[in-house]
Write a protein that binds this ligand. Sequence first.
Ligand code: NDP
Length: 288
Amino acid sequence: MVHIIDGKEIAKKRKGEIAQQVEVLKKSGITPGLAVVLVGDNQASRTYVRNKQKTCKELGMHSVLIEYAEDLPEEELLGKIDELNQDESIHGILVQLPLPAHISEMKVIEAISPDKDVDGFHPINIGRMMIGQDSFLPCTPYGILVMLKETGINLEGKHVVVVGRSNIVGKPVGQLLLNENATVTYCHSRTKNLEEHTLAADIVIAAVGRAGFIKQEHIKPGAIVIDVGINRNEEGKLCGDVAFEEVKEKAGYITPVPGGVGPMTITMLMDNTLKSARNSLKTLQSTK
Ligand code: NDP
């Protein structure tokens, strides 16, 4: 019998713990604060931003939304980030991606102080993660790690095949699992004979961005299948990168879409914001 990994439930538990810790922190005079910057009018971005703000509120955190029109000059955005870097009431800064084409995403990511980089995209945090130092972990990979651990899956020695090598999902999730002593293979659009790789995997992580791309023939019986994809199928219905109905007949564990990785991502953003607020309390206490 396949085990459906319930991301919603795991996220709910974690959010409960975060809310409790926020209360404790507030007693020391610090309310974790997240600034979300939205440029332009991308509807999907607007929905993500709304959910992030709603979750902040639920967990007792402070959140501010800074909205700009599509034609915002890059300099102005960089100036705002600088201001937020100095703002003591803000512990996390998130600039919603994608940005309009005239703004360099890398410049913007690098402008955010690594101490407030709760998305975990800054090269300093990525570097720290690579060498196993304490850092802000990118939210989706971090969420996947927590989800696997909460499900009681021992990662040591497991063969993980990551399909996708983006900077925000594929590459960091492989690195995090390597840090947990898994054996990691990366596949991408130039990989030859994808099936040969995925069929050998104890854990397949699909981060491709194509509806139903991973099928039953890609999966070894009993494998653990983590679906990161968020796509719309021909009927406009939300679906993942895995053909869920057929793969669940063969897999040992599988995450659904929606209700799998998605709720974990936003939860880990809250976790990172809490961590940043705690760090700022430690700094305050050490300078007293
Ligand atoms: P990208 O488009 O940045 O990366 C897609 C990756 O898939 C690339 O590395 C690409 O390879 C690879 N790929 C494309 N076609 C193939 C193929 N035929 N065979 C093997 N590999 C292929 O996407 P993201 O990583 O940003 O996102 C992936 C999915 O996850 C999307 O659906 C996105 O919406 C979703 N997502 C979900 C989140 C969540 O919270 N649940 C958070 C972030 C993303 P190459 O590098 O060679 O081009």
